[in-house]
Design a protein around this ligand. Sequence first.
Ligand SMILES: Cc1ncc(COP(=O)(O)O)c(C=O)c1O
Length: 385
Amino acid sequence: MAGRHFLQIPGPTNVPDRVLRAMAQPTIDHRGPAFAAIAKEVLDGLRAVFQTAGRVVIYPSSGTGAWEAALVNTLSPGDRILMFETGHFATLWQRMASRLGLDVDFVPGDWRRGVDPGEVAARLRADRAHAIKAIAVVHNETSTGVTSSVADVRRRIDEADHPALFIVDTISSLGSIDYRHDEWRVDVSVGCSQKGLMLPPGLGLLAMSDKALAASTSAALPRSYWDWTPMLADNQAGFFPYTPPTNLLFGLRESLAMLAEEGLPRVFARHRRHAEATRRAVRAWGLELLACNPDERSNSLTAVLMPEGHDADALRKTILDRFDLSLGTGLGKLKGRVFRIGHLGDFNDLMLAGTLAGIEMGLSTTGVPFAAGGVTAAIDFLARG
Ligand SMILES: Cc1ncc(COP(=O)(O)O)c(C=O)c1O
């Protein structure tokens, strides 16, 4: 098809030309001085994105690997972990925790709301013996477009004066929605490369607190590849305990430079504005947002419910075939019921206008009942500044 493909799934996101060019370099000796300088630079830059002064590590992995690293470095077999069913990714993480031999208390949810801080408070207050060793929250549920308040969960942990570790998945919020590892006193934050960092998949990221580092000295879950101890030791000199993904790190250096040039507050404001424009379009179409609570609606993606009797994947297929635009599919129990619009990463007003135009044309081609005017509602909002 002529023209360029529109990749508007909520990750992997569009990789900017600058980043692609930065990666298209000869691979260098990962035990030499040039590599060490780059490794130190990207580790420093990542600290800024996690908003931490503490330690960060980079694994050659997907986000799932970083999930596992967060658990196996801090916990022991049979440890109780409190998790929340906010959607598909929270469910997968819970399954992983169970398979690793943790005792998961999985608070049920309807996949339309974030973590209820009141529920956190109640569970922690009831846990007088401090059996709960960790609380794990997905900050931005990529399957539902719902953002939980990490600050509120932190406040409830503090009010209960509970010593549990606080572990947060910031995979689809890092570099797109304000995320503050230090201020919110998160013990392990989990990220990856292919969302707000505008890179291809392949980097799993962690930021950890001193409390998490201390916990790792007695954590007894088996760990080898994911063990952060040799990684932290070798990183001091700019090296890795095994072969690093050198060219992805070239790309990371460039994407961190782009985020620094724009400035995180402006990056977050840009995402907020595009999310608001998208929601205005959905409302004008007369379609329903999956996220119920206005203050929990994600700034990195929007999940849209299909009218009864209409299949989201049939709509997505038409939009891909006719207009070369990829939208996110419904995951898990949302299969066929929602489509997801990714509006994160390297993205601007006209890319959003094009994306929404593709959806509006797809709605009219497939006979889904909707009102025209979503694109107009969005561009009216964007044109105001
Ligand atoms: C919130 C969240 N957590 C975890 C993952 C898993 O990451 P990966 O697919 O890179 O393993 C994803 C993937 O999209 C995600 O969106």
